[in-house]
Design a binder for this molecule. Structure first.
Ligand SMILES: [Zn+2]
Length: 509
């Protein structure tokens, strides 16, 4: 395939059904990866390699299959029609349209009339060439048929694999390794850890205690981090894979407001394949551990799940980044402390009431700064002033570049430049001008957005501190705080006196 180079291009990014499915699977395994980010990088690499100039990147946030639910492509097609670019970079022809022939007709027409190419990492489509229409049509029909069955097929396939005793999770369960046929085998390096965990629980140890012991021994965790947590222990304890069984379909995923949420299904609807692979632990040990697991870690009852900490999920340890957790001390007063063993003996806990009132004071101070000072932008902790300054610099720069660009022609006429030097200089300058223009556009957009945010934000902060005083439960207070605060960093040295601690508040803006 002959990839053209040096074109002015648009980039179009969109997730497909399969991508969403893949992301969901990763999420299910506690991983996260961003398909669009990956595609963006791939296309940027391609553009870089072929020295294309990227004029605009269109990124579809929504994942509608039809043109009319995809605002970005509508916008892009308008520009394509006018011949604003030489080519559009996409991951695959499917990304442009997967809807129906009507949609494909509109897309095709825009590209053909303007003689705009479609470039993917694997092919180049010249819509004005003979046969291209066919390519579009045929591809779109295949895509549509595929689309109809894709979800069903995937579900069926995975269920079938599970019932054959294959391990189909995106991450291999800790303690096992997986062969090419997706069968699991105990991993001599980690299987004994699983065995140990079950035995420790069976002997009556608590999950936190086990997590600490494993961390202290430097045993690798199922994830990327170096510290074991009680949730990791729980996950292992609850996974029937260690008995040799494959269980699939515990959750159902449904789309709500554009987001996938998981809903647990009743056990009778799960797919099970017993004795699918070699177990790591015996049924006896499982039973024993589960008896004790229940005893030492009584399952939370509904009533205790009510939020008691108005600062939950807001205050983080500056030393290690962990969220502070609420504990009651010996005198039964609520304190917040860092749960990480790395900070034990280093970061001191703090009375919940004390830190809460300090936060509220800061919010009030913040509010007063607004109401007293009309020249808000100076005191307001945003990047607006900085960005405005930077905008001025860029605008000046643009002026100079444009002047230089005009002078080029004189230099050519005067014979100072030969044709080749002229062309080189011209290209370099044009590129720089384009870049600066893009930066200016971006800055303007950001300033605009931030200014709008400020306008909404200010009155909101004022009402928060007032509302907080009358809110009577922790959950309400928590929601109020989270609507204006992003996070709070907390630090306090061991041995510091009453009231001696530091907080950094990050407002949500
Ligand atoms: Zn910490």
């Amino acid at each position: 395939m002959n990839q053209p180079s040096g074109l002015d291009v648009f980039m179009y990014l969109r997730k497909s059904r399969t991508d969403i499915e893949e992301e969901r699977r990763a999420q299910e395994e506690g991983l996260s990866f961003d398909v669009l980010k990956r595609h963006r990088k791939q296309l940027l690499d391609l553009a870089n390699q072929k020295q294309h100039r990227i004029l605009e990147i269109y990124e579809e946030i929504v994942s509608g299959e039809h043109l009319f639910d995809r605002p970005q492509i509508q916008k892009m097609l308008k520009s394509v029609e006018k011949g604003a670019c030489d080519a559009v970079l996409v991951m695959d022809l499917d990304r442009l349209g997967r809807g129906d022939l009507y949609d494909m007709g509109i897309i095709f027409r825009a590209f053909r009339l303007s003689e705009t190419y479609i470039i993917t990492p694997y092919e180049v489509i010249y819509p004005s060439e003979e046969g291209a229409e066919l390519l579009f049509g045929v591809k779109s029909i295949i895509s549509r048929e595929e689309l109809k069955s894709i979800t069903k097929r995937m579900q069926r396939g995975r269920r079938a694999s599970a019932s054959e005793g294959k391990s189909i999770t995106s991450k291999v369960p800790f303690g096992y390794w997986r062969d090419a046929n997706l069968k699991l085998h105990p991993d001599p390096d980690t299987a004994w850890v699983v065995q140990q965990i079950f035995e420790m629980v069976a002997r009556g140890k608590g999950r936190n205690q086990i997590a600490n012991e494993l961390t202290n021994l430097g045993i690798r965790t199922p994830g990327k981090g170096r510290e074991w947590s009680h949730t990791m222990i729980s996950k292992i304890l609850k996974n029937e894979v260690y008995l040799g069984h494959i269980v699939w379909g515990k959750n159902k995923y449904i789309k709500q407001n554009g987001k996938y949420i998981s809903k647990p299904l009743p056990p009778e609807q799960w797919y099970r394949k017993e004795h699918a692979h070699k177990p790591i632990i015996t049924q006896e040990l499982w039973d024993l551990a589960h008896q004790n697991y229940g005893m030492h870690n009584p399952p939370r009852v509904k009533s205790s799940q009510k939020l008691v900490n108005p600062l939950a999920g807001l205050v983080y340890c500056k030393n290690c980044g962990y969220a502070l957790t609420r504990k009651a001390d010996s005198k039964n007063t609520a304190i917040l402390r860092c749960p990480s063993i790395r900070c034990r003996g280093i970061v001191k806990g703090i009375s919940l009431q004390l830190i809460e009132s300090r936060i509220l004071d800061s919010i009030k101070e913040f509010t007063q700064a607004f109401t007293l000072d009309i020249q808000l932008s100076d005191k307001f902790p945003t990047e607006i002033p900085l960005k405005k300054k930077s905008l001025k610099v860029k605008e000046k720069q643009l002026g100079i570049l444009q002047e230089q660009h005009e002078n080029l022609h004189d230099l050519l006429e005067q014979g100072t430049y030969d044709a080749k030097t002229f062309a080189d200089r011209q290209k370099k300058l044009s590129d720089r001008i384009r870049k600066v223009k893009e930066q200016i556009k971006k800055l303007r957009k950001e300033i605009n957005r931030e200014e709008q945010n400020c306008a909404v934000f200010k009155p909101k902060v004022k009402t928060i501190s007032e509302a907080y005083d009358v809110a009577n439960d922790a959950e309400k207070k928590n929601r109020l705080l989270k609507s204006v605060l992003d996070r709070i960093e907390y630090s306090r040295q061991q041995g510091s006196k009453h009231g001696e601690f530091t907080i950094n508040i990050f407002f949500r803006i």
